[in-house]
Design a protein around this ligand. Structure first.
Ligand SMILES: Nc1ncnc2c1ncn2[C@@H]1O[C@H](COP(=O)(O)OP(=O)(O)OP(=O)(O)O)[C@@H](O)[C@H]1O
Ligand SMILES: [Mg+2]
Length: 482
């Protein structure tokens, strides 16, 4: 085993300082022998280079003097613990001795204490533990029961990682519904080009075309999708007002109800165009507004006599993409609100299988400030969905802008690089066990490295995200020369 340093100074129960004799990176795993419990797993949380050079000396330093500066490497480590005979991770109750030897941790110890075991039936393989050949497999039951968030700045690799996660869920035949505002996930059908990285991670290219179902309110722009429509008859007048973008219920509800009753009495299979025509023939300013807004709703083609059937929309073991590319933001909110509440209601009644609902760009659908049409239902799903087997996954580049109550209900967090101080603060506030060193590391994570918390692991860990088996649909666009 490679010795890397020795403990010095005052030693606590949760952390200690060590003088380093070998270079060790922040985040690397260390081990310290304990008389009673064998090797205890620790992690380097911070590093400092100490020297005897003061301000004046530094100013007068010549190149020849540089080699005479006395310096040493000081490390701050956190204690992760050991596994006891019952398999529980514990921290020794007596501090380590000053002077104790510190080693680079062996992979068997890391795997045992962190719990990096192969979960063949319930594991979502998302990547390898940073700098090690140990697979990070998230517990799928925990993902679906306890919700997930994927957080990173724009271009940080959220959609890529989410693609990895969905590939895994599809391999395990977990039913998913993905709200896809940019139409990025259709590429899950297509195998990725083979790469050297795939060999390193043990990934084979594979497409999931048989397990992808795609719907969109705009099939002319998204021809791979089937039309997504909602049943007009199953919408009460209040909900129809929301589709019409009319918030003044007091003014518009009663006149709209009258029109619906009149048109419905003559033809139970009425359309939005029928309602618009009836409004046109009614006198007055209110009817004029109703007419204009009904024409708008008619144009969206979102409301039909039948509506997309739930059994078509949600199919066991498949991923349904709700492709919202090109759809206006207010209509996107309505679609998300309607789909989320239908899924939640029918999940409560057991009419659809347990499922994983993914919301990309979630700050638009459950904002911390202001109100989106779908905020309330998403908050309900975040707080109660787990009881009914409805898992929520929110993806956002603005952790500070998404509703705090939604974020705090996510017990698995996949965090890639985040630099905005407000977003970092929101993340630090919503995650237990994040050390100051880890928070600093989040700011400089390279693309493709994620901090994983929860997911069946009791301590946060850094993971190199595995390459995709399918093509990534969110490639950055090259502006100049290829
Ligand atoms: N693990 C990875 N391995 C290799 N390339 C990656 C990885 N993660 C991301 N990338 C690349 O980085 C770029 C940005 O990734 P991605 O589209 O996932 O970002 P994003 O966080 O979803 O951005 P946005 O906020 O704009 O949606 C892509 O071109 C992608 O190919
Ligand atoms: Mg993205």
């Amino acid at each position: 085993m490679e010795e890397v340093g020795r403990i010095f100074g005052d030693v606590g129960l949760g952390r200690f300082q060590l003088s380093l004799s070998r270079p060790v990176e922040r985040g690397d795993y260390l081990s310290v022998p304990d008389e009673d419990h064998g090797y205890v797993l620790c992690q380097l949380d911070d590093l400092q280079r100490k020297s005897d050079l003061d301000l004046e000396q530094a100013g007068a330093l010549t190149p020849a003097d540089e080699t005479h500066v006395h310096e040493s490497l000081l490390g701050h480590a956190i204690i992760i613990g050991y596994r006891d005979s019952q398999g529980v991770v514990k921290i020794p109750t007596i501090p380590f001795r000053p002077g104790a030897h510190v080693f680079r941790a062996e992979e068997t110890l890391i795997a045992r204490v962190l719990g990096l075991t192969h979960r063949s039936n319930s594991g979502a393989y998302v990547g390898l533990l940073r700098n090690h050949n140990l697979r990070v497999e998230l517990d799928i039951n925990q993902l679906v029961q306890r919700h997930v968030s994927v957080l990173a700045k724009t271009g940080g690799g959220k959609s890529y990682l989410l693609g990895v996660l969905i590939e895994e869920l599809l391999r395990h035949k977990v039913t998913c519904v993905i709200i896809d505002p940019h139409g990025e996930y259709g590429s899950l059908r297509t195998p990725a080009e083979r790469s050297a990285a795939q060999a390193k991670f043990g990934v084979e290219s594979q497409g999931f075309s048989h397990q992808i179902v795609e719907y969109s309110p705009d099939v002319s722009l998204n021809p791979s999708a089937k039309p997504l429509t909602f049943s007009l008859r199953h919408l009460d007048p209040r909900e129809l007002l929301v589709f019409m973008g009319l918030t003044n219920v007091k003014t518009f509800l009663a006149p709209l109800k009258q029109i619906i009753e009149r048109v419905g009495a003559a033809n139970p299979d009425y359309t939005v165009a029928d309602l618009a025509r009836a409004a046109e023939m009614t006198e007055g300013a209110i009817a004029d507004t109703l007419h204009e807004r009904l024409l708008y709703v008619d144009q969206t083609k979102l409301l039909g006599p039948q509506g997309t059937s739930l059994n078509d929309l949600v199919q066991k073991g498949r991923a349904t993409l709700v492709n919202l590319r090109g759809v206006a933001p207010d209509i996107q909110e309505l679609v998300v609100a309607r789909i989320s509440s239908t899924l939640f209601d029918n999940r409560k009644k057991g009419k659809i299988p347990p499922l994983f609902l993914v919301i990309e760009e979630a700050h638009n659908f459950a904002p911390q400030q202001g109100q989106a049409t779908c905020s309330r239902i998403l908050k309900n799903i975040a707080s109660e969905g787990r009881k009914f087997g409805l898992g929520l996954c929110v993806v956002t580049q603005r952790a500070a802008r998404i509703d705090k109550s939604v974020l705090s209900q996510c017990n698995t967090q996949l965090i890639l690089q985040v630099t905005n101080p407000l977003d970092l603060r929101a993340i630090a506030q919503s995650i237990e066990g994040l050390t100051p060193g880890m928070t600093e590391m989040i700011q400089s994570l390279p693309v493709g490295t994620a901090l994983v918390t929860g997911g069946g692991y009791h301590t946060p860990l850094f993971c190199e995200v595995r390459p995709r088996a399918t093509r990534h649909g969110g490639e950055s666009v090259q502006i100049v020369g290829a």
